[in-house]
Write a protein that binds this ligand. Structure first.
Ligand SMILES: *Cc1c(COP(=O)(O)O)cnc(C)c1O
Length: 395
């Protein structure tokens, strides 16, 4: 028998991973770690992850159900009937929209999971997908993984950060199978008007395009405003779905639970895909989700009041220092136009060096995000105040 000493095989990652946009913040991350290693007090307003704990009644629902052996087995991809019914009931209460819990509601392992998988379920390689720029990154990566082509729709301040559908070429519109929208928006914090959403529905209908509307921040809105659901508009269910998350609404980012609702054909396609990928959400987490949707909404009101207070602190504080930022009507982000001519990465790096405050350069959300930085308001209020004082001095 001959023994061959084969050299170790070389592996390479898949081409689709190489197509993802490059990670732009290597230098900023390095600078942040260096400052931290030097013992500097860095305030990170980069990520949007609520600092407030999950409300107690939601945690209690998990504790009550976690010991039960029936909850230790595989659950169903389509979710427990009790959860789907609770989602439909919440939707009816909140938006006045009636959904069939069997066919028009699908729980997700966080809405990111559903969003990133959606193009794989409803597009074919070579199809075009219309994606806002700047945007929440999974719209783009999910499209790339599906072998579809990203067609960017710039979000411009003069259009209220809503895509100019009239600017989409006929050719792209005809090739498009899917259109992503997101209101209230991350990162721009803009809230779409009813007329804008209606225009998108009419556009999608005329070109036979499906709409995926991301409403992860529907409950994080200020000054008493209540963002509408895409599905409240006439004909919306015939063209699209709406993604929701319990993460931002109920401070449950680590739990991994969200849902999608709307068009039954699109939802069935996503469910069929997911049957091959996951085996549902851990049932105690589903019971916790039911408790969140059906229980006391007071903690949510408190969290929104807290974000509104932080928004005012931040925007008013920087206005005094001469940096005028638009006060957002929703989300826990500030999308701030850079007061100098520096590129967003250079500006964020300079603010970090001078004030030890981290913000996200707008270009990281897409080329049209250039000229802006995003501050997240999910740090304790006294840290937000400290950050404002430092940034004001650093300007
Ligand atoms: C945070 C976020 C989500 C996803 O949240 P999950 O935790 O995955 O439910 C979806 N869309 C936008 C725009 C977000 O900012």
């Amino acid at each position: 028998m001959t023994t061959m000493t084969a050299s170790a095989p070389t592996f390479d990652k898949a081409a689709r991973l190489k197509q993802l946009p490059p990670y732009l913040f290597v230098e900023i991350d390095k600078a942040k770690r260096r400052l931290q290693a030097e013992g500097k007090d860095v305030i990170d307003l980069g990520v949007g992850d609520p600092d407030v704990p999950t409300p107690a009644h939601i945690i209690d629902a998990l504790k009550r159900t976690v010991d039960e052996p029936g909850n230790h087995r595989y659950s169903f991809t389509e979710g427990m009937p009790e959860l789907r019914a609770a989602i439909a009931a919440w939707y009816e209460r909140r938006f006045g929209v009636t959904l069939d819990p069997k066919t028009e509601v699908l729980p997700l392992l966080g809405s990111k999971e559903g969003i990133a998988h959606f193009p794989l379920a409803v597009t074919n390689p070579g199809d075009a997908v219309l994606v806002p720029d700047p945007c929440y990154p999974p719209y783009r990566s999910g499209t790339i993984f599906a072998g579809a082509e990203v067609v960017s729709m710039p979000l411009l301040e003069e259009n209220g950060f809503f895509p100019d559908l009239g600017a989409i070429s006929q050719r792209a519109a005809r090739r498009a199978k899917l259109l992503f929208l997101n209101s209230p928006n991350n990162p721009t914090a803009a809230v779409a008007t009813q007329a804008q959403l209606q225009e998108a529905i009419d556009f999608a209908k005329s070109f036979g395009i499906a709409i995926a509307h991301d409403a992860a921040y529907s409950e994080v809105a200020f000054d008493g405003s209540k963002p509408i659901s895409f599905l409240q508009l006439p004909d919306a269910t015939s063209v699209g779905v709406e993604f929701h998350s319990l993460s931002k609404t109920y401070n449950m980012t680590g739990w991994r639970i969200g849902f999608v609702c709307g068009n039954a054909t699109l939802i069935a396609a996503l469910c069929q895909l997911k049957t091959n990928l996951d085996s549902g959400i851990f049932q105690p987490v589903q019971w916790a989700g039911i408790a969140a949707l059906e229980g006391d909404q007071q903690p949510l009101q408190q969290a929104v009041a807290t974000y509104q207070h932080r928004r005012d602190l931040f925007v008013d504080g920087l206005a005094k220092a001469g940096w005028k930022i638009t006060k957002p009507a929703a989300t826990f982000y500030l999308w701030a136009r850079i007061p100098t001519t520096e590129p967003s990465i250079a500006f964020a790096a300079r603010i970090l060096e001078r004030s030890h405050v981290v913000c996200t350069p707008g270009v990281g959300f897409g080329p049209s995000g250039e000229g802006y930085v995003r501050f997240s308001l999910t740090s304790p209020t006294e840290r937000i105040q400290e950050a404002v004082d430092r940034v004001a001095k650093a300007l």
